[in-house]
Ligand binder design. Structure first.
Ligand code: ZN
Length: 223
């Protein structure tokens, strides 16, 4: 009898640990989805990935960014239009759909969802068809906050619980690092559409995020 109680208490403990590692998150709906945007993203997916549509199926990576803008309002304003502004000449040459990620996290840690998880966003050349994108409001790497680190970790732990296909978490500045395991997933049909060097979100932020994921949620992803 004693051993039955021991087993039960171990099971209860295991269940408690499991519940503790799947956080609930408060997500504010700030959708920029439209049928037009889905069509334009589908054109992008056909041209750059040879895929039928912008449907995002079993994403296996989360890519972290900052917006290079100082406020939530300015960042949202940049992502809202369906079509990329003409002044972004180089990007606009390779596709009409505007840039956009799935989530936008403000400096206070509030999480805003811009795109549904079953649709591709245009946020990282070569990986849009495989990834969930998280943008953080900040003009540069030095403006990112501890609250944003916590919110990113919490959101990723939450996403991982519903999308177990997620295997890699990395920063946009790491995306072309060929020594990292995620690089084998890179795909771009147009050899002239070369990925540029990115600085976001930077070494310090990603290091803090990986530590938070490991020590708070027991999660370690591949780079
Ligand atoms: Zn970026």
């Amino acid at each position: 009898m004693k051993s039955v109680w021991s087993v039960l208490s171990i099971l209860c403990l295991a269940a408690t640990v499991l519940v503790a590692t799947v956080p609930t998150v408060n997500i504010i709906d700030k959708s920029v989805y439209s049928e037009k945007r889905f069509e334009l993203m589908s054109d992008y997916a056909k041209f750059h990935y040879s895929l039928d549509s912008a449907a995002l199926v079993s994403p296996n990576m989360v890519i972290i960014h900052y917006t290079a803008m100082p406020t939530l309002e300015l960042s949202f304003k940049a992502f809202k239009p369906d079509i990329i502004p003409k002044h972004r000449e180089r990007l606009s040459y390779y596709g009409d759909v505007n840039v956009g990620a799935h989530f936008l996290i403000d400096k206070d840690g509030s999480i805003h969802q811009l795109l549904p998880l079953d649709m591709m966003g245009r946020h990282a050349i070569g990986y849009n068809h495989k990834s969930i994108g998280i943008e953080n409001v900040s003009a540069d790497g030095s403006g990112l906050t501890v609250r944003q680190v916590s919110a990113n970790a919490k959101l990723i732990a939450h996403l991982h619980a519903t999308l177990p296909s997620i295997k890699y978490v990395f920063g946009h500045h790491e995306y072309m690092n060929q020594s990292y395991p995620h690089f084998k997933e890179f795909h771009e049909n147009d050899a002239e559409y070369r990925p540029s060097i990115k600085l976001d979100p930077g070494f310090s932020f990603i290091k803090a995020l990986r530590a938070k994921l490991k020590f708070t949620y027991g999660l370690e992803f591949e780079k």
